[in-house]
Write a protein that binds this ligand. Structure first.
Ligand code: COI
Length: 445
């Protein structure tokens, strides 16, 4: 495989005529989007039903939003066709969308359900070619060959990241370069052309800027960003796809787990299934990394647990991670977390918490953490972009349940949560330069 990402310029804007065609078809897709959103509600897990009920109730209003989206798409089409619209022509339709979008979203009812937004970012690349940037386009369905590599062989990686609104009215993205790096590593593991880091960062910032009205009010959640790199080209025999698509879409979100942020979660330790094995792809955020946990997770939920903890596949004794997040345990002034040996996700929240805890005087240990140690810990918590910092109320293993901190939020979880979210929301000084301010881009490729 030769992935020719040549020296700069490694990406370019798509030609005006092609972009115009693409924007028109994306606009048609965007107009269909609300229907698919309403359908999603029936398949959402129980934890998101509250949000989705609100979403379904909004479906009719959302159709009006789609009309506005189409109107905005027209502005975009004019723009990408090369006749530069005046800045105010774009922002006038944006303002109309703002009124509709913010009116339709009940910020108080949000969980981690999907609320579609007006725009997404798109770029494409032929195998051996350079990235061609379509830029910000109306959010909408994709058209894929049934034999696209991602549908048949799961050739794809994704990221999870967040943008926040500050009380000064700025929009901040948390550590986007870390996600760019992880996405690049994932692309290598899955034999895909990497997205150049500067393109990744630009795409994320433009997606947030275009969807600025969907970033929740201060302290009420965040705009979750989902960069996706997928093999979209058609292929039958096993091999890398002939072409790739890079997308960034987003959704406003609040608490991941039922009960709200900082509600302690009850975990059960899985004794039969494993998440990943040494030499596998457990540390790659690839398409398919998460679906195998659903069977186990759904069973656990039926038994009243919030989620499942996995043990290592070799000795069945050391903690790996929870379905969607990394794991930490606290004993005195020592915080321990499973080390990165290729079987767990190298979480960016995990990395940030390790740095913050060390700066607070904790001894931070990245090593094998046994289940016996966990059952004797003072406190445990989970971390992830979606999850943030989730205190663990109890762990159940081989029929024995251990409660932590009387099932309440432990002091370390609380402190870590406060510090991390304080930095992310611009309430605390960002001493490490983790936040990247989102410029106000005109909506353009
Ligand atoms: C994230 O935390 O961003 C993830 O991608 C995990 C996912 C299961 C929601």
């Amino acid at each position: 495989l030769r992935v020719a990402i040549e020296p700069r310029p490694r990406w370019r804007a798509r030609s005006a005529a092609r972009a115009s065609r693409g924007a028109r078809s994306s606009a048609r897709d965007a107009a269909r989007a609300p229907q698919s959103r309403a359908t999603t509600a029936t398949t959402m897990p129980a934890t998101t039903h509250a949000t989705m009920r609100a979403t379904s109730a909004r479906a009719t209003r959302a159709r009006t939003t789609a009309t506005a989206t189409t109107a905005r798409a027209r502005a975009t089409t004019t723009r990408v066709a090369g006749r530069r619209p005046t800045r105010c022509a774009v922002s006038a339709s944006s303002d109309a969308a703002h009124a509709e979008a913010t009116g339709a979203i009940d910020w108080h009812a949000m969980g981690f359900g999907l609320t579609t937004t007006a725009y997404m970012f798109k770029a494409t690349c032929e195998l051996g070619g350079e990235w061609v940037v379509e830029g910000v386009v109306p959010y909408g369905d994709l058209s894929l060959s049934p034999s696209s590599a991602v549908l048949n062989y799961g050739q794809g990686v994704f990221e999870g990241m967040k943008a926040f609104r500050t009380s000064e009215g700025e929009l901040l993205v948390f550590r986007p370069d870390e996600n760019a790096k992880r996405c690049e590593e994932g692309a290598g593991r899955m034999s895909m052309p990497a997205v150049p880091r500067d393109l990744f960062r630009d795409a994320v910032l433009r997606t947030v800027s275009a969807n600025a009205e969907y970033v929740p009010p201060v302290g009420m959640g965040s705009l979750y960003l989902r960069p996706l790199l997928i093999g979209t080209g058609a292929i039958l025999g096993l091999g890398p796809a002939p072409s790739y698509t890079f997308l960034v879409y987003c959704s406003p979100v609040a608490s991941y787990f039922k009960g709200g942020q900082l509600t302690p979660i009850d975990l059960t330790v899985e004794e039969t299934y494993h998440r990943a094995a040494p030499g596998g792809s457990g540390s790659t955020k690839c398409i398919g990394n998460y679906s195998p946990v659903l069977k186990v997770q759904l069973e656990a939920k039926k038994r009243g647990f919030s989620d499942v903890m996995y043990l290592d596949a070799k000795e069945n004794k050391y903690i790996e991670e929870v379905s969607s997040c990394n794991f930490f345990c606290v004993k005195g002034k020592t915080i321990s977390t499973p080390s990165l040996q290729g079987t767990i996700l190298p979480g960016i929240t995990r990395k940030s918490i390790c740095e913050l805890a060390a700066a607070r005087g904790f001894t931070v240990e990245e090593r094998n953490v046994s289940i016996d140690e966990v059952m004797n810990a003072d406190e445990c918590f989970c971390t992830g972009t979606a999850v943030v910092v989730a205190p663990v109320g109890s762990v159940t293993y081989k029929g024995k349940t251990v409660k932590f901190c009387d099932g309440k939020v432990g002091p370390t979880s609380q402190a870590m949560y406060d510090e991390l979210t304080g930095i992310q929301q611009g309430k605390l000084p960002d001493e490490r330069g983790w936040n990247v301010k989102v410029p106000k881009f005109p909506i353009s490729g």
